[in-house]
Design a protein around this ligand. Structure first.
Ligand SMILES: [Zn+2]
Length: 257
């Protein structure tokens, strides 16, 4: 096989007959709260910064976290609902003006039902260098041809027009590194977006540690990465999410309240 040959991957090659479920029926708000808690657990949140929006299929309104609560303390009843222009429709608290980053992306990216933004440490480190992480491990195949770097930091994204400019710029990428700021991970559902968010922090940490060795990393074949990307999206995201949800609920059942 040549290095340019494209490997097949995903459910075309192997589809599991049965996978472990979350094990309990959850409301949309409970699923959101579990996502916040899990991402906080893996170190994705910079204290109370960041937001996740979920615009369920065929809806304009979206779920989001309120301003001021930390991701690790959120419970299901804290989740707010905003309309497509970021007005709070339901919820006990207000939301940040930075929510426009999400509403404008949702507006032009109907495939991106879930958008996650925060400033995880290792992505922030790579973002401080103004580069995208080098993909040096098979999990990095998840981001093959799917990353975009916003090179210029120009302050807080606190108005719809600023967010709209940024949304127009990033195109179809599901992973956006914002120089000197943080990251945006998108997905067709919570499982996909959460898996991308978790994976990019590890990808950046590994890329940074490889840089520290001063040695040239071994290259993966692009053809193999294409197949692996498909497998990660089609086979890994769902089971990752189910396991993350089981463990998060077990650690603190109060997350569902
Ligand atoms: Zn931010």
């Amino acid at each position: 096989m040549t290095t340019e040959e494209i490997r097949r991957g995903g459910v075309d090659v192997w589809s599991p007959s049965k996978t472990p479920p979350i094990g309990t029926d959850l409301t949309d708000e409970q699923l959101m709260a579990v996502a916040f808690r899990h991402l906080a657990d893996i170190g994705f949140a910079e204290n109370m910064a960041g937001h996740i929006t979920w615009q369920p299929d065929d809806q304009h309104d979206m779920f989001v976290n309120p301003w001021g609560l930390w991701w690790q303390e959120l419970t299901a009843s804290d989740i707010c609902v905003v309309d497509e222009d970021a007005h709070v429709v339901r919820g006990r608290w207000d939301v940040t003006p930075a929510i426009h980053l999400h509403t404008e992306l949702h507006r032009i990216r109907p495939d991106a039902r879930v958008i996650i933004h925060n400033h995880p440490y290792y992505v922030s480190l790579i973002a401080a260098l103004g580069i995208l992480p080098e993909l040096v491990h098979q999990t990095g195949a998840l981001f093959l041809d799917d990353m975009y770097l916003v090179e210029n930091y120009d302050g807080e994204i606190d108005a719809p027009w600023r967010a709209s400019e940024l949304a127009q710029q990033v195109g179809p990428a599901n992973l956006i590194v914002l120089a000197n700021h943080g990251v945006i991970a998108a997905g067709r559902n919570l499982a996909e977006a959460v898996y991308r968010a978790v994976s990019i922090e590890r990808v950046c940490r590994l890329a940074y540690d490889v840089m520290l060795t001063g040695r040239t990393p071994s290259k993966m074949s692009r053809g193999d990465m294409v197949g692996m990307r498909q497998s990660l999206i089609e086979r890994a995201a769902d089971v990752y999410w189910a396991g993350a949800a089981r463990m998060t609920i077990k650690a603190d059942p109060d997350v569902l309240n």
